[in-house]
Design a protein around this ligand. Structure first.
Ligand code: CO
Length: 292
């Protein structure tokens, strides 16, 4: 799928409210990654709870993987730009996530899964985004979908900007996934030198851009490599305009805020402390996830 399209007009583009530098950390059994969206930004970037960026060509940084661990109360969206990861879960699902593919998992009431690299050398690069579920949907049955690269809609602009629409829609192109209420938009954008890209965004959506190659200009402010720009929310803004002077790659993520209390304890994200205690109890008693 590759359409050349004209960009829809954006007349009141958003500006940068704040630039965030990711925090180097390790997770799972010792996978090195950069946590870009940290817990202190969850209210501001509601409905998004976390964004991790991993990129390494040193197997010691990723080989240990993410052995069995639980989740409850939200969705995980894993985008593998390069590399191969095998996932297995308590509901009996298994799949191989590879180059350009996405795994969309709804933990709902509970899932126990593992995410293990299936390569012993080479580059492993990608993102894991956590998307909250509305209170009334936190305890739905677990669900997941593997989206191979070939099923992610793409388009190219007259400027030669290539856009992959993982979720939501952009310039009239519908993405691979939609979600009620949180209405996420998730784009991976590849810029040639001297190009401009714009896309409409609902004014109420919280939105951010993360540049993972090169740099971009947004509203006259430069955004350097490996930085996240939180875009300002202005009632009259109708989208965003991104300008690159050299080659660049970035993800653009936006979603409709839920405006509900967020209580996180590690892999559980609920609305109240009591619900967190219940999740821990269910996990300890072996009844967090429905085992098939
Ligand atoms: Co996980």
């Amino acid at each position: 799928m590759n359409h050349s399209i004209k960009l829809e007009a954006v007349t009141q583009p958003r500006t940068i409210e704040r630039i965030v530098t990711g925090v180097p950390t390790s997770d799972g059994a010792g996978v090195k990654l950069t946590r870009v969206l940290t817990q202190n930004l969850q209210q501001r970037l509601d409905p998004f709870l976390m964004l991790d960026n991993f990129r390494s060509d040193d197997p010691n940084d990723y080989l240990a993987g993410f052995p069995d661990h639980p989740h409850r109360g939200f969705e995980t969206v894993t985008y593998m730009i390069a590399g191969r990861m095998r996932h297995r879960d308590s509901a009996g699902n298994e799949g191989l996530l590879k180059n350009g593919g996405v795994q969309w998992m709804t933990a709902g009431r509970g899932v126990i899964h593992s995410e293990m690299p299936e390569q012993e050398n080479g580059v492993m690069e990608g993102f894991q985004l956590w998307l909250n579920l509305p209170a009334r949907r936190k305890m739905i049955p677990a669900w997941y979908r593997d989206i191979p690269s070939s099923e992610i809609p793409e388009y190219t602009t007259d400027d030669g900007v290539m856009v992959r629409v993982i979720a939501g829609s952009s310039n009239g192109v519908a993405g691979a996934m939609t979600r009620e209420q949180t209405e996420p938009i998730y784009l991976d954008i590849d810029f040639p030198a001297d190009s401009l890209f714009s896309t409409a965004l609902p004014a109420a959506h919280n939105a951010f851009v993360y540049v993972y190659r090169g740099e971009l200009a947004i509203g006259g402010t430069q955004l350097a490599e490996n930085r996240m720009a939180i875009l300002s929310n202005m009632p009259y803004a109708d989208g965003v305009v991104l300008i690159s002077s050299g080659p660049a790659r970035a993800i653009l993520v936006a979603g409709n805020p839920l405006g509900e209390p967020i209580v996180q304890h590690g892999p559980f994200v609920m609305n109240t402390r009591d619900e967190i205690f219940k999740a821990i109890k269910d996990f300890n008693e072996g009844c967090l996830a429905e085992i098939r």
